[in-house]
Every structure is written in structure tokens, then in C-alpha cells.
Design a binder for this molecule. Structure first.
Ligand code: ATP
Length: 992
């Protein structure tokens, strides 16, 4: 977004004609840091050999010298790990990071693209920030506009990258933090920072910092485009800025899609406006640097293959359209022949016009998923990124000598106020227009001044008050201007908040970090943040040591699933091997996964009616936070299944996240209750409080549920100790079962909604039937009545029946005869009858379908619970079998021992001793043989039992598959039903 006071660029940065595929076009300053960048399998020399390294074409030095001042957009690509869902579905890797700069297609090795940097799935956001964003942020602090945006298909990790979560802060919080760190490190300048935050939803610009600021207009003046009436807040610390982001996020449009439970449905632009001027003596009259840093989280492009309906489809089409325009703009920017760039075709490109046309640093972070099912979309993203690389920019500092700049305005005001204060201190009030005052006035003034002790005294008092007021105003203004605490403070008033140390999120900052995303990522930085989180009682859960341990034990192992097929297995192991070697040509498959806990509290919300909820809820939250996790952990043994631990970890993490949310809500509630105490009549506050209370209640219930689940899982895990391998399967089945039950719940909720709609339709049908009856009645009245009614009354009736409003002044048209009217009525009634019949039929159909659905869902539920019971039994049986097996093994081992060995054996196993004794007593080999034969028999029987167990497992697996199919069928049915409902609605609309 353009700065309102941005200086006009001297030279258009529009890239001129770099043929995308032309190697000679590679002239960038960034190419000094990174190899430049074009390879495409179809045309590159690299295409000749399947796994051969691509041939990079480096920039021409001479050309680079000539274009020294120009640079390209920094384009980086970030892979996310395969999601648990993708892993479950047995997705394969389609694209991978081949070294630090290449993205290569797994299936067609000759298709590869090169970028400034490619980040493998294990890369942390901090590393991404350092490469892709840090230079843009520091440039912005020096007065050069900067734009960083994340682009990619839905669910590819844009929001994860831009916003992050409490564990792994995204680019936005890191940039904000860095900006304040730079202020701290720049003692010779003073800064004023402002932020604004907007979203573009369905092509409408909304102010996220001001809920009243909806549908704002984009205006243009000589200095570029700007959003009219957007709220800008001066920020004083990272925590302050992050709290504004968090508040803004609350208003952002988010919805669940097939791909992402928390999908961003709008593009957001967070803008940090930075003004800075020299600090210290002799700095007056110096130019002010003014720049804007735009941090953009785009909504994700959606594949047209994905079936969406209603509001999601509408949103999706707006999103796709604006991204398409962005693509076109970028294509045209890189095509020298283009004369018109269609910035105006979408709000997004209009707002980005200034950035894209080359007046500041631009960094594009393309997020992609390696999965094969999204291979095509990933390819599109890669092509987009590749095109964007060829935009040229010419970043320059925006210097303004503008007395209207906010920092100047504040500085001047402070100066004037200080002078006034000085004068007051000296007790001499300067009269501004002294030279305009005549001699008489001076005498009068003197007389007044001499007017006695009392007057003087009161005046002095007034002056004292004015002094205090001035002092506080100066303090307030000074607080808004930020300088490094390293700078001399002598000329400043005390109490200015000092910015914090670089790269260390304090609890305050973290408390404000956007909490919408709940992803568990594993990386070095997270561990670092963990350490900084310690002792933070406000941000939710305080059992961090425990959590660290859990992360170490559990989360790291999250992806170590039993691989579904050998192909996958080999890929995973290849990745394991290659992870340490960045330039390894082996496909870099994700090593660690992400866990996503999308907490949908809406489903479990319940009413909360206590009169003073805040206190109770706080204590409730605290109670829930005190999870006796150490108890659980104490039960872990080396034999415990990794999978089971992960399951418990997962539940614990969910619980902690919920705790964090409850804490956040509780603090909001506290604030609101204070506000409510001040404004007891404000219903809005009460409503809000009620809503938050409900949410807290819902979350607390979920926390309790999770606690129960953890306990259950622990029980299961202790069983697992005895049957580790089988337990993997059991745990997996249990997890799937849970998932299925959750999905069934959702389906049941959907059913309920459909049922409601059906009821509504029935009511509507009833209404229509009534209308028909009344029409019939009227008709028979009309037929029976011997008196000829007045034409006016017939025409009135006619109009009424047709749903028209009869104007009082309308006189019945003479030409409408009574017969005609009756005929019309009859046809009308017939039509209505037809409609009623149609509606009744579709109602019946709907009822039938609903019935079928209900049956299916209860059947599926039954299946699921039966499977659960069977599973439980199976696990018990497995445990028993394993115990038995263990005992047998011991016996077998004892039997196999030679007499001498047995004699010398130090084992104190009672069974063994008795065997030894028996052997000593009997001393015959026949006895031993018998024993061995018996053991073998037993072994055989156990093996048979194990086989049976395997069969049962397979059976269960089959049942799960069946329920999956049934679910798919149900989904189809549901879709059909929606179509029917839509048709009904439509026909109903035609009626009305
Ligand atoms: N680099 C990563 N490491 C771990 N998990 C990730 C990573 N990137 C994304 N994820 C996870 O993938 C899921 C989808 O990510 P995210 O919501 O950021 O996608 P998005 O591109 O913003 O989607 P949308 O466009 O629908 O909003 C989240 O659960 C997130 O935690």
C-alpha cells in the first residue's frame, strides 16, 4: 500500500522486457547473493539427464554493473511438511527442495525451478525471516518502502508463515519485534511508528482495527493509492503492536474449507508506517524519513476441482479472481511490451500498485505443499514465483521535508510547549504580540500586575495548574516518539517506555501473539522461545519443562508412523539421510510434521448463566491448567509405544492450547467486566461478556473432556507396554475411530440443520395449503353468490390473489368481466395445486432422504461403537496373549538350556528353578524332549491365536474402510440433499 505522503518515485521501476526464459536477462543485485535463476526442465540444459544437476546461468557481470541500482523481487519458496491427513491418505512427494535454491519435480526430474532460496519443510520461520524479510524490514526502518507477502494455494502455510503461533512466531511478529530492536540500536534517530490493518474480503476493504470501518474506499492522489478513513494507531512497543494485530485478527474472515479448518477467506495487509528524524541537537530542519512496511497474508488460491457451495464458493471466486489479476499484473510487469498494467482490476493490485511497480523492496514468499494430490497447484505457484522474480525494482529512500509529518508535528508541538513551560516557570508570561500593543496597554498591564497579593496568588495557582497540564501533554507526546534507550536521555522527560532487546519475545509480546493458529512445529527457534516462555504465568500453561519433555519425546516422533507403503518408507528414510545435507539431490521429504489443533469451540459451546462469571472462569481456567501431567509422564517406560505417547502429547497440547485460550478470554472478560461496572447500561458489553463466557465454558468443557481422553490414552498406553507392535495398529485404529466419531458428530449436526430446514419447508407447505384452501373458499363463494359483485371488488380480489397490492385509488378496469376473473382464479388455483403437489413430493423425498441419512448415520455410529468395543476386547486379548507368550518364551529358554548351563545359571526365575530341579531329579533326556514338544505345541497354539488376532484386525480394518465408504456415500447424499434444498428454496423464491 502506498504511503499517503510517499515521495514520488523518480523513475518507474517497471521491469522492461526480460524475456522470462532468456538467460541473458538475468541481471540483478540479488543475483550477487544467489545464483540467478532460471531453469525449466523443458528448455534448460539440465533437462538432458534425469538426475543431473541443473545448469545455472549466472548474471553477466557487465550487465550487472550497468544495472547496479536495480534489483529484483526476492523470491523464496517454503515447503511445508506433509500434514497428518496427507500422511494418512498415503500421499506421495511430488515436489521437493533440491539443495538451497532448486525446486524439483519428483516424477519428472527435468522440471525444476530456481529461486533466491528454497526452504525445506524443516526450516523454521526464523530462518525464513532472516533470508526473506530481515533486509526488507531494515530497509523500511531506513526510509525505503517494503512489502513482504506470502502467496500459495490454500492450506500451504501462508498464515503459518506470516502470523505463526505462540511457539513459532511468524514474519509479522518477528518484523515488528525487529523494528523496535532497530530503534533501540539507532540512538541517533528518533522514530514514530503507526500501524493499520485491513482485509480485502469479497473485494470489499474492511478496517480490522476499527469494526465500524467497513467497505472503505481506495483513493488515489499524486502520491499513490491509499485507503480513505482507515484507522492508524501510534504504537509504542512490540506488545502494543502485536495486541493490535491480535485484536484485528478477531475481525478477519476465517472459515473452514475442505482443505483447511481455519482457512483465511480474505487478504490482509498489515502496514507499519515508520517516520524517523535525526535525534539530538542541530537536528532541526532535517528531512524526515517516511516509509511503509506492508506485511501481506494473501488468501489461498483454490482449485476449481474442489467442490464448494454457497458462501465458500463466492469467497473462493473472489479470491481466485484477485489472485489471477495479481498474476496478470506480474506477467505484464515482466513483459516489456505491455503498455497497460491492469492494477485497477482488483482491490489487491490497486493497493499493491506502488509496491509492485518498483518503488521499494519486495519479498515474495511462496508457500507450497510437497504432496502429490496438489502437484498441479504447486506447479502453478512455482510458475507464479518464477515470473515474479523478473520484476525489477528500484528502491529508494523517501525523504520528506514536510512540516505536516506526524513526527515533525509532535516535535514542534513539544518544542512550543516546552518554551511555554519555561516561561511559566520563570513566571513571565510573554504576550505574543507585544510589539502590537500600545503604551497605554502596557501601563494598564502593569497596573493589573500590581493589583494586590490576592490576585497574584490565584494567578500563581493557575500557572501551576497550567504547568502540570503542559507537563503531562509533553509527556504524552514524548511517549509517542521512540528513541533508543541508548540515546542520551538528558533532554527527555522520564517514563518513556524503552524498546526491548532484539529477538527475545517477552511474555507481554507472546501474550498478544495471534492465537488463531494452533500448529505445533518443531524447530530450534521454538525451543528458544520455549526458554523465554518459562515462568510466564499469564500465557496459558505453565508446565513448560513437562511440555519440553513431551515435545522431545512425542512431537519429534510424530511423523514416525508406520509407513503405509514401501515407496513412502523409502522416501522417508531417504529424507532422514539427506536432511543433514542441503545440497543433496535426494528428495527432501519432511522429517518432522506439524500438528494442527483446530479448536472448534463452537460445536461444544454451552450456555453460561452465572452472574459474575469472570472470577469463576478464571479459577476454572487455572484449575484446568493444573494438569497432573507429571503423573502421566511418570508412567512412560522405554517400552511404551511412541505412537501412544504421541497421542497423549497431542491431547495434552490441545489441552494447553485451550488453557491458553481460556486465559486470554478470561483476561478479556476481566477487562469487559471492569468496563461493564463503569457502564452498567451498555448492553453491548454484557452481550460480549456473555459470548466470551459461553466460549470459556465451552472450552473448559473441552479441556475436561481432553483430560478424560488423556487418562484413557494413558490406560491404553500402559497396555501397550506389553504388546508394542500390535498396539501401534490398535492406537492407529483408535485414532481413526475418534476421528470418525467426530466426523459423524459433525454429520449428525448437519442432519439436524437439514431437519430444521425440512421443518421450515413443511411449515411453508402448510401455509401454501392454507392459501389454496382460502382460494377455494373464495372461489366457491364467488360461484355461489347470485349477486353480481362489483367489478372493483372482483378486480381487488384478483389482485389480492395474485399477491398484488391493490392501490386504493385504482378503479376496476371495465374490461375485466366476472367470467374472466373466475377463469383466472380457477387457473390460479390449479397452478397452486400443482405447486403444492410438487412441494409435497419434494418434501416427502426430503423426509425419505433424511430418514435414510439418519439410519445410515446411526448404522455408522453403531459400527463405530462396535468397532470400539471390539478394539478394546482385542487389545485386552493381545495383552493377555503377550503375557502368556512372554511366560512361554521363558519356559522355552529354560527348556533349551543344557544341564550344565542350567546348573550354572544365575537366573532366579522360579519356573526355571523348578525346571532345573525336575531335570536334576529326572535326569533323562526324554523328559526334556517331552517338555520341548509341549512348548512347541503351545507355541503353535499361540501362533494360531496371533493369526486369529491378525484376522480380526484385518476385519476391523475392513469395517473402518466400510464406514469410510459409507461416509462418502452419506456425503454424496448430503450434497444431493443440499441441491434439493436449493431447488426448493428457488421454487419457493419463485412463488413469493
Ligand atoms: N512450515 C510449516 N510447518 C508446520 N506446519 C505447517 C507449516 N506450514 C503450514 N503448516 C500447517 O498447515 C496447516 C495450514 O496452514 P495455513 O493455515 O497457514 O495455510 P494457509 O496457506 O494460510 O491456508 P489458507 O489459504 O486456507 O488460509 C496449518 O495447520 C499449519 O499449522
Amino acid at each position: 500500500m502506498s504511503s499517503r505522503r510517499e515521495s514520488k518515485p523518480k523513475k518507474s521501476g517497471l521491469s522492461n522486457s526480460k524475456a522470462v526464459n532468456s538467460p541473458s536477462s538475468s541481471t540483478t543485485s540479488s543475483s550477487k547473493q544467489f545464483p540467478e535463476l532460471y531453469i525449466d526442465g523443458q528448455s534448460s540444459p539440465a533437462s538432458s539427464s534425469a538426475r543431473s544437476k541443473p545448469q545455472y546461468i549466472y548474471s553477466d557481470n557487465l550487465q550487472a554493473d550497468a544495472d547496479r541500482s536495480k534489483e529484483n523481487v526476492t523470491v523464496t519458496v517454503r515447503f511445508r511438511p506433509l500434514s497428518p491427513r496427507e500422511l494418512r491418505q498415503g500421499e506421495e512427494i511430488a515436489w521437493y527442495a533440491d539443495g538451497e535454491t532448486i525446486v524439483r519435480n519428483e516424477h519428472n526430474q527435468t522440471t525444476a525451478y530456481a529461486y533466491d532460496r528454497v526452504f525445506a519443510p524443516t526450516t523454521t520461520t526464523r530462518q525464513v525471516y532472516d533470508v526473506s524479510a530481515q533486509h526488507v524490514v531494515s530497509g523500511a526502518m531506513e526510509g525505503i518502502n517494503g512489502t513482504i507477502f506470502a502467496y500459495g494455494m490454500t492450506s500451504s502455510g501462508k498464515t503459518h508463515t506470516m502470523h505463526g503461533d505462540q511457539r513459532s512466531p511468524g514474519i509479522i511478529p518477528l518484523a515488528v519485534k525487529d523494528a523496535f530492536s532497530i530503534i533501540q540500536e539507532t540512538p541517533n534517530r528518533e522514530f514514530l511508528l503507526r500501524v493499520s490493518y485491513l482485509e480485502i474480503y469479497n473485494e470489499v476493504v474492511n478496517d480490522l482495527l476499527n469494526p465500524a470501518g467497513q467497505n472503505l474506499r481506495i483513493r488515489e492522489d499524486a502520491q499513490g493509492t491509499f485507503v480513505e478513513g482507515i484507522k492508524e494507531e501510534v504504537v509504542l512497543s512490540p506488545a502494543h503492536a502485536l495486541s493490535l494485530i491480535a485484536a484485528g485478527e478477531e475481525h478477519r474472515h476465517v472459515g473452514s474449507t475442505n482443505f483447511n479448518l481455519l482457512s483465511s477467506r480474505s487478504h490482509t495487509i498489515f502496514t507499519l508506517t515508520i517516520e524517523s528524524s535525526p535525534y539530538g541537537e542541530n537536528s532541526e530542519g532535517e528531512a524526515v524519513n517516511l516509509s511503509q512496511l506492508n506485511l501481506i497474508d494473501l488468501a489461498g488460491s483454490e482449485s476449481s476441482k474442489v467442490e464448494t457451495t454457497g458462501i465458500r464458493r463466492k469467497e473462493g471466486s473472489y479470491i481466485n479472481k484477485s489472485l489471477l489479476t495479481l498474476g496478470t499484473v506480474i506477467s505484464k510487469l515482466t513483459d516489456g511490451r505491455a503498455t497497460h498494467i491492469p492494477y485497477r482490476d482488483s482491490k489487491l493490485t490497486r493497493l499493491l500498485q506502488s509496491s509492485l511497480s518498483g518503488h521499494g523492496h519486495v519479498s515474495l514468499i511462496c508457500t507450497v505443499t510437497p504432496s502429490s494430490s496438489n502437484s498441479e497447484e504447486t506447479h502453478n505457484t512455482l510458475k507464479f514465483a518464477h515470473r515474479a522474480k523478473h520484476i525489477e525494482i528500484q528502491a529508494e529512500q523517501n525523504k520528506i521535508i514536510d512540516e505536516k509529518s506526524l513526527i515533525k508535528k509532535y516535535q514542534n508541538e513539544i518544542r512550543a510547549l516546552k518554551e511555554e513551560l519555561e516561561q511559566l516557570k520563570r513566571g513571565i508570561l510573554t504576550i505574543p504580540q507585544l510589539h502590537d500593543i500600545g503604551e497605554d496597554d502596557i501601563i494598564l498591564l502593569k497596573q493589573k500586575l500590581e493589583d494586590g497579593q490576592v490576585k497574584l496568588q490565584s494567578r500563581l495557582e493557575q500557572e501551576e495548574e497550567a504547568k502540570a497540564a503542559l507537563l503531562s501533554r509533553i509527556q504524552r507526546l514524548t511517549k509517542l516518539i521512540l528513541v533508543s534507550t541508548n540515546a542520551s536521555q538528558s533532554s527527555r522527560l522520564p517514563q518513556r517506555p524503552g524498546p526491548r532487546r532484539r529477538h527475545s519475545f517477552g511474555e507481554e509480546e507472546l501474550a498478544y501473539l495471534p492465537h488463531r493458529r494452533r500448529d505445533m512445529t518443531l524447530d530450534g527457534e521454538n525451543v528458544e522461545l520455549y526458554v523465554s516462555l518459562e515462568g510466564n504465568a499469564e500465557t496459558g500453561c505453565d508446565t513448560l519443562k513437562e511440555e519440553k519433555k513431551a515435545r522431545k519425546n512425542g512431537l519429534l516422533n510424530w511423523l514416525k508412523h508406520r509407513k503405509r507403503d514401501s515407496g513412502m518408507e523409502s522416501m522417508m528414510s531417504a529424507s532422514d539421510k539427506s536432511s543433514g545435507n542441503k545440497s543433496n539431490s535426494t528428495p527432501s521429504t519432511p522429517k518432522s510434521g506439524s500438528k494442527k489443533f483446530n479448536v472448534e469451540s463452537r460445536l461444544s459451546q454451552s450456555l453460561f448463566t452465572e452472574s459474575s462469571p469472570c472470577k469463576d472462569l478464571l479459577s476454572d481456567a487455572r484449575r484446568h491448567r493444573e494438569v497432573p501431567e507429571n503423573d502421566y509422564l511418570g508412567q512412560e517406560t522405554p517400552l511404551t509405544s511412541v505412537k501412544a505417547i504421541d497421542q497423549i502429547d497431542l491431547l495434552r497440547e490441545q489441552q494447553k492450547i485451550l488453557c491458553g485460550e481460556v486465559a486470554l478470554h478470561s483476561s478479556t472478560l476481566k477487562r469487559l467486566s471492569e468496563e461493564a461496572a463503569r457502564n452498567p447500561l451498555n448492553e453491548q458489553i454484557h452481550d460480549k461478556m456473555k459470548r466470551i463466557s459461553d466460549e470459556i465454558r465451552g472450552k473448559n468443557e473441552r479441556i475436561a473432556l481432553l483430560e478424560k481422553q488423556i487418562a484413557d490414552s494413558i490406560m491404553v498406553s500402559s497396555n501397550m507396554e506389553k504388546s508394542e507392535i500390535s498396539q501401534f495398529n490398535v492406537a492407529e485404529l483408535v485414532a481413526q475411530l475418534n476421528e470418525k466419531s467426530f466426523e459423524l458428530e459433525v454429520k449428525a449436526a448437519d442432519n439436524r440443520i437439514i431437519q430444521e430446514q425440512l421443518n421450515r419447508k413443511i411449515c411453508e407447505c402448510g401455509g401454501l395449503q392454507e392459501t389454496v384452501a382460502s382460494l377455494k373458499q373464495q372461489l366457491s363463494d364467488a360461484l355461489e353468490s347470485p349477486n353480481v359483485r362489483s367489478k372493483a371488488s372482483y378486480s381487488q380480489q384478483f389482485a389480492k390473489m395474485n399477491g398484488l397490492q391493490m392501490d386504493k385509488e385504482v378503479v376496476a378496469p371495465k374490461e375485466i368481466s366476472r367470467d374472466l376473473l373466475i377463469k383466472t382464479q380457477v387457473t390460479e388455483i390449479e397452478e397452486l395445486k400443482h405447486k403444492v403437489v410438487g412441494l409435497t413430493e419434494s418434501k416427502d423425498q426430503l423426509e425419505l432422504q433424511n430418514h435414510k441419512l439418519a439410519e445410515e448415520s446411526s448404522y455408522a455410529k453403531g459400527l463405530a461403537s462396535a468397532a470400539a468395543v471390539e478394539l478394546k476386547e482385542l487389545s485386552e486379548e493381545v495383552a493377555k496373549l503377550m503375557n502368556h507368550n512372554e511366560r512361554l518364551m521363558l519356559e522355552l529358554a529354560a527348556a533349551k538350556n543344557t544341564p550344565t548351563q542350567r546348573r550354572t545359571s544365575t537366573l532366579r526365575n522360579g519356573r526355571r528353578e523348578s525346571l532345573t530341579k525336575q531335570h536334576d531329579q529326572v535326569g533323562s533326556s526324554s523328559y526334556l524332549k517331552r517338555q520341548l514338544a509341549m512348548s512347541k505345541e503351545r507355541e503353535l497354539s499361540y501362533e494360531a491365536a496371533l493369526l486369529e488376532k491378525d484376522q480380526r484386525e484385518a476385519e476391523l480394518q475392513r469395517k473402518v474402510e466400510e464406514s469410510k465408504q459409507r461416509e462418502a456415500y452419506l456425503e454424496n447424499e448430503l450434497a444431493n440433499m443440499w441441491v434439493l434444498v436449493a431447488k426448493l428454496k428457488k421454487s419457493n423464491g419463485v412463488d413469493t
